[in-house]
Write a protein that binds this ligand. Structure first.
Ligand SMILES: Nc1ncnc2c1ncn2[C@@H]1O[C@H](COP(=O)(O)OP(=O)(O)OP(=O)(O)O)[C@@H](O)[C@H]1O
Ligand SMILES: [Mg+2]
Length: 414
């Protein structure tokens, strides 16, 4: 831009030079220099020379001779400033002699630098402004677009683990296929879960019944055979059947417990009644070894939100162990206590206890202690108890009684 104005003012000065009789005349056009002042506060210099000799203007302003009609631009140092100059040479004849008239117009560049700095700053600010505006608009637009997805995610994550109803959140058309796909998936999951539950119950029935038949037949045969080696063989067979039957039963119970723990369905039940009922059902098993199950006093209103089938299963395993690992003609004490935060079901027996066993390892799958001897078992009972405790946010504790025997507690928060 500066070059254009310099060129214009140089040209208009050059055109103002004319031959007058035997000399050159120049009336400096005011407008030629004032237009330079209009763009900035920079200083303006000019020089008009005839054959290298200054006619008017600044003597020390360097001049160059340019080809006629062509403007020569230069940037150079002048009076401790940087100037930009435009030079135009015209050939004018005076008294029949050709003269080189050189017009140079120059301007310092400081103000211009300031202007361009100011323009760059404004451009930067405008750019920044647009950037901030674009970012906030896109954040707003993204937020609006993603809100339905958030609503959907909240609706699904707030659900209980067994809530498999179809999702009914209002969704914009773009998300409808996602909701439809999600609902189809939930439907398939529900079918497959129902199938697994049915399968576990069916398998338990189909495995236990024939084994019970084999065992009964073996018992009858044992009474009939005379020879000792046949009796031994039949006894081994009965034991193998017992072990298979126990393992199959415990494996299926374990599968059932894992399944229910994954899809907890809570009922509010009276824990005292549940404990009393379980103890009553197991009393005949104790009777076989002359072991009496003694129920202590229990809190009258011990209501707990839990899966009663799981709690019953765990308690059955704890009492079953107490009977199995106690000597005949002993007592087992079952108690239910409550504090501010927990209900604790405690089963104390008069057996050998856990003294030389690592209790944490006993709750691992298929882990049995060194005290089992001939006692049939699969090593899954305490695993089941621990999983039930964890599913209810509680713990399973195994320790020795101060006197003798073991003490197993199921601690359940309420
Ligand atoms: N009341 C108890 N007194 C002494 N030892 C016990 C008692 N309860 C459990 N144990 C020990 O812990 C081990 C693990 O018990 P768990 O109930 O898991 O398996 P199991 O009784 O051997 O087999 P099952 O799965 O048939 O119950 C037992 O093998 C036994 O060594
Ligand atoms: Mg057991």
């Amino acid at each position: 831009m500066q070059d254009n104005i310099l060129a214009a003012s140089t040209t208009s000065i050059a055109e103002a030079v004319r031959a007058e009789r035997n000399t050159l005349g120049l009336e400096l056009p005011y407008a030629a220099l004032s237009m330079l002042g209009a763009i900035s506060d920079d200083r303006v210099f000019y020089r008009v020379a005839q054959n290298g000799l200054t006619l008017t203007g600044y003597d020390d302003l360097p001049i160059d001779v340019s080809d006629e009609a062509e403007i020569l631009f230069k940037t150079e140092a002048f009076r401790s400033a940087v100037i930009r100059s435009a030079t135009l040479t015209r050939k004018i004849s005076v008294d029949g002699r050709l003269n080189d008239v050189t017009v140079t117009v120059a301007q310092t560049r400081e103000g211009l630098g300031e202007i361009s700095a100011r323009i760059s700053l404004i451009a930067l600010l405008v750019g920044l402004g647009f950037f901030v505006l674009a970012v906030s608009l896109s954040a707003f637009a993204t937020g609006r677009t993603l809100r339905p997805l958030d609503v959907l995610a909240n609706a699904v994550s707030r659900r209980g683990p067994s809530d498999l109803r179809p999702v009914k959140a209002e969704a914009p058309t773009e998300i409808v296929p996602l909701v439809t796909a999600l609902n189809r998936f939930i439907e398939r999951l529900e079918t497959s879960l129902t199938r697994s539950e049915d399968f576990i119950a069916e398998a338990a029935h189909r495995v236990r019944t024939p084994l019970a038949t084999v065992r009964a037949q073996a018992e009858i045969a044992l009474r009939r055979v005379e020879r000792p080696e046949n009796k031994t063989a039949l006894r081994q067979m009965i034991r193998a059947v017992d072990e298979s039957s126990r393992s199959a039963g415990q494996l299926l119970d374990h599968a059932m417990v894992t399944f229910r723990a994954d899809h907890m369905e809570f009922d509010t039940v009276d824990l005292s009644a549940l404990v009393a009922d379980t103890v009553e059902r197991l009393a005949p098993l104790g009777d076989l070894k002359d072991i009496s199950l003694r129920l202590g006093t229990m809190p009258s209103n011990a209501m707990l939100k839990c899966d009663p089938i799981l709690i019953q299963n765990a308690l059955r395993n704890i009492i079953d162990n107490a009977i199995k690992y106690s000597p005949g003609d002993s007592d087992i004490d079952i108690a239910l206590t409550a504090d501010d935060a927990h209900y604790t079901i405690t089963v104390r027996d008069e057996g050998i206890g856990f003294s030389d066993m690592k209790t944490s390892e006993l709750a691992r799958r298929f882990s049995r202690g060194p005290n089992v001897g001939e006692i049939v078992g699969s090593g899954l009972g305490l695993t089941i108890c621990k999983e039930v405790a964890i599913a209810h946010g509680g713990t399973l504790e195994m320790k020795d009684n101060p006197g003798r025997g073991g003490c197993v507690s199921l601690v359940l928060p309420h």
